[in-house]
Design a protein around this ligand. Structure first.
Ligand code: SAH
Length: 233
């Protein structure tokens, strides 16, 4: 066989493997731009958060018709009246709990599964609860394909996940009128919870809750707009 023929044959067989190895992801440059312009530029500097945002394929967490907007600076519809949060908000809520490798984190409001994936890149265990069964099922499928440290449950997150707790941190991604007491109970002493509090469909306050030995403190961080925290009944 001529040398050139051999080379052509070799490249046909080797190139697909090579492109997989180098992660031939058509969205990787959009993702880097997103992190640079929307996340770093707005003051997020927690390295594990930045690395996770650079790595997680956000386009897989949005419906196919939204894929071209996956890295845009805004929330996107994911069906059932719900949304995947704006990238900056996901980064902000992740950084504020200062997740560490050994952490066990609870998320309420799985939605697309994107926030859970970002957390799963950083911490040891992620537990996440979604009230809309269809969303919970599709997020579960995707998250279980990508991670082995995430557990997804379908149900009302108001009650938390007592069997898995207590948690180092809790991230709530739907706006509640008040902070659900079971979630405070399931937080470790010294643990942090980030939760949007306020009326549905109006501007809410993103609150940081820190649990001390005898009481907890709350601090308003910024105005936000989240989908409502709904209740099963
Ligand atoms: N973290 C999500 C954001 C999804 S929007 C993401 O990264 O895509 C918030 C989600 O909270 C919605 O999917 C909504 O159905 C869910 N939700 C609202 N109330 C809930 C409750 N009581 N328990 C669990 N999930 C709830």
């Amino acid at each position: 066989m001529k040398k050139t023929t051999l080379l052509i044959l070799l490249s046909i067989f080797l190139l697909p493997g090579l492109s997989l190895q180098t992660g031939n992801d058509p969205y990787s440059s959009s993702r880097q731009t997103m992190v640079r312009e929307q996340i770093r530029a707005r003051g997020i500097d927690h390295q594990p958060t930045l690395a996770a945002m650079e790595k997680v394929p956000r386009h897989l967490f949005v419906p196919p018709d939204q894929r071209r907007f996956a890295y845009a600076d805004r929330p996107l519809p994911i069906g059932f009246g719900q949304t995947i949060s704006q990238p900056f908000i996901v980064a902000y809520m992740t950084q504020i709990i200062y997740p560490k490798p050994g952490y066990k984190v609870l998320e309420i409001g799985t939605g697309s599964g994107y926030q859970a994936a970002i957390l799963a890149e950083i911490v040891e265990h992620v537990y996440t609860i979604e009230i809309v069964p269809e969303l919970g099922r599709s997020a579960k499928k995707l998250l279980y394909e990508l991670y082995n440290n995430v557990r997804v449950q379908i149900g009302d997150g108001y009650y938390g996940w007592a069997e898995a707790g207590p948690f180092d941190a809790i991230v709530v991604t739907a706006a509640a009128g008040t902070i659900p007491p079971p979630l405070i109970e399931q937080l470790k002493t010294g643990g942090k919870m980030i939760i949007p509090v306020g009326s549905p469909y109006m501007t809410q306050q993103l609150m940081l809750v820190e649990k001390g030995t005898r009481r907890y403190t709350t601090r308003s961080l910024m105005p936000v707009r989240f989908v409502p925290f709904t209740r099963s009944n």
